[in-house]
Design a protein around this ligand. Structure first.
Ligand SMILES: [Zn+2]
Length: 168
């Protein structure tokens, strides 16, 4: 996670990662308090200071809870944990599969798309999983913001840090 800094919402739920320059701006603007410092030190004309590792906003930003997780390739990969939804393989070239093919009216959204390896995608062709004799390990679904945040935290390696300081 290099020099990025965790920002928690005012209610101590994870909000985002930002770089240290933005983090320092928030600190100087009095918009956040520092929960934990990192062991990295930055030297500037104004002196040396430690970089913050975890910040918490002074107020709760409520709009994030109303938003849906936007559908895109990156977010689909996160939901499906970077593994094929049919055979479970990971680390291969992964594609996006429309469970109900577009040609049969399937939509491009979280409820109809899964991560799929190239082999399974070729095997499935333009049919439905049933037609291709394939089985989905889990039905596709629209992830909630809180579930998604947790997944992203685990994948970015900052989850343990938040557990350590008692956030989760
Ligand atoms: Zn596969």
């Amino acid at each position: 996670m290099s020099n990025s800094c965790i920002v928690l919402n005012g209610d101590y739920t994870f909000l985002c990662l930002i770089d240290w320059k933005r983090a320092m701006n928030l600190v100087f603007a009095g918009k956040v308090s520092v929960l934990k410092y990192s062991d990295k030190v930055i030297r500037s004309v104004g002196g040396a200071f430690r970089l913050p590792a975890v910040l918490v906003l002074m107020r709760v930003v409520r709009s994030v809870y109303k938003n849906k997780v936007p559908f895109n390739r990156k977010n689909l990969l996160i939901r499906d944990r970077f593994a094929c939804a049919y055979c479970g393989v990971s680390g291969k070239r992964l594609t996006i599969d429309h469970v109900i093919p577009k040609s049969k009216g399937g939509k491009t959204d979280f409820d109809n798309c899964v991560v799929c390896c190239e082999d399974c995608n070729n095997r499935k062709g333009s049919g439905t999983p049933r037609e291709a004799g394939m089985h989905l390990a889990k039905r596709p679904y629209q992830p909630t913001i809180s579930e998604f945040v947790r997944l992203r935290l685990k994948q970015s390696g900052v989850y343990d840090l938040l557990v350590e300081i008692g956030i989760y």
